[in-house]
Design a protein around this ligand. Structure first.
Ligand code: SF4
Length: 68
């Protein structure tokens, strides 16, 4: 059950690879945002298991959203 294996995990942006295309922010604005410094950050949520977040991770062109 892949979804359960993610239940305690948090998506993290590998900023060194991120090109700030904002696709993740568009697909899952409740989880990702551009902060005042212009970097993508992950917002604090109880869990990160919804479709929008998984879709954002899948669609990141640089594959730089990883689970920790
Ligand atoms: S989709 Fe990936 S490359 Fe684009 S802003 Fe988000 S983390 Fe960065």
């Amino acid at each position: 059950m892949e979804i359960l294996s993610h239940s305690k995990k948090i998506p993290v942006i590998e900023l060194e690879s991120c090109i700030f295309c904002e696709i993740c922010v568009e697909l899952a604005p409740h989880a990702f945002r551009i902060n005042d410094a212009g970097f993508v950050e992950v917002l604090s949520l109880d869990d990160y298991l919804d479709e929008d977040i998984l879709e954002a991770i899948k669609n990141c062109p640089k594959d730089c959203i990883v689970w920790e």
